[in-house]
Design a protein around this ligand. Structure first.
Ligand code: ASP
Length: 338
């Protein structure tokens, strides 16, 4: 029997660290080291491992993920595993999902416990990721599943997965939808297929993205927020270098009344997306009246982010702006997310 050909692309992160002379963990391991630590992989797949970078995911950039997506798009393999740090996995995996349209499994995995600890999770996560990539149900539904994250024996959709704890082992979840599949013994047990119309629609509008970086500011709305940062964004030269803004909005899509006027003016200057500070939507569209309600903010031109977490909304807005989409098309892209 021919084994599936799986490409492992290693970016860095805790999974790839080793202790320096002082005992502090530093980037060090490459893709070959990660694969060599899991002999069982050889029974599942023909692995080809490549070290792409050795950086923590907190220092990855949009450009690197665009380059990675172009690389993955050109691979002639049966599945791809990306290993990286956990800090931005919820963002990088979603960006890959927006950029890739492949009918092979593409999976991102990582580790919370470094290799010097007694029970590191990196080897188990890599084994699980390869097992998922080789699973017949996953392979048959690869396009419908989109890019996936595999952590601690659960499989998550890139558009929904969140890092919900900074340190503990079970740090990942998809609070809105739950996992797509789970692993038990040596089996992958399917649980659900994601609803992907909004992502497929976004991809159609995005087309081939060749543009340059379009930084997006992320501002959290909170009790008694006066809006000074919003004012600075509006009035500073070149808007401080930002091309768009995501607001982590209160409740169903609200801001403190004292900042409402500034925010409405901001929406006329930079594409401004309202996204739920609660971590997931959808938000309200037509319930509350008043000067800082969703009805007033939408009328003033704020783009409604739908059910996307503010971190995912920021990734999507950057991608739209980089692709050169105008405000109205961006609003349509977000509208499909509810
Ligand atoms: N700072 C690390 C990173 O994201 C943390 C990790 O990998 O868990 O690269």
């Amino acid at each position: 029997m021919t084994l599936p050909r799986i490409k492992v692309l290693a970016l860095g992160g805790t999974i790839a660290t080793r202790p320096d002379a002082s005992g502090a963990m530093q980037m060090g391991l490459g893709a070959d080291d990660l694969v060599a630590a899991v002999p069982a992989l050889a029974t599942l797949a023909a692995i080809d491992a490549e070290t792409v970078s050795r950086v923590g995911s907190h220092s990855l950039g949009f450009d690197q993920i665009h380059a990675l997506a172009a690389r993955i798009a050109a691979l002639d393999v049966d599945g791809v595993i990306v290993t990286q740090g956990t800090d931005t996995l919820e963002e990088t995996s979603f960006l890959l999902d927006l950029l890739l349209d492949r009918d092979i499994p593409v999976i991102v995995t990582a580790a919370m416990r470094n290799p010097a600890l007694t029970s590191p999770d990196g080897p188990g996560n890599l084994l699980a990721a390869v097992r998922v990539a080789c699973d017949p149900w996953v392979r048959a539904h690869a396009r419908a599943l989109g890019v996936m994250a595999v952590m601690l024996d659960e499989v998550y959709a890139a558009s929904d997965v969140l890092k919900i704890h900074p340190t503990r082992l079970n740090a990942f979840a998809s609070p809105q939808t739950g996992p797509l599949a789970t692993l038990v013994e040596d089996r992958v047990v399917p649980l659900s297929l994601p609803v992907r119309e909004a992502i497929v629609g976004a991809r159609k509008r995005l087309g081939t993205i060749g543009g340059k970086a379009a930084p997006v500011a992320l501002l959290w709305m909170a009790l008694d927020e006066p809006g000074h940062l919003v004012e600075a964004l509006m009035t500073a030269a070149d808007h401080l270098g930002y091309r768009g803004v995501v607001l982590g909005g209160l409740g169903g899509g609200h801001v403190p009344e004292r900042a409402a006027d500034l925010i409405m003016r901001l929406a006329g200057i930079l594409p401004t997306v309202m996204s739920p500070r609660a971590g997931g939507g959808p938000m309200l569209r037509q319930t509350y009246g008043g000067p800082s309600s969703e009805i007033a903010l939408r009328k003033a031109g704020l783009i409604w982010g739908g059910r996307l977490h503010p971190l995912k909304a920021r990734v999507l807005l950057e991608t739209c702006l980089r692709a050169g989409l105008g405000r109205d098309t961006i609003a349509e892209v977000f509208d499909a997310f509810g």
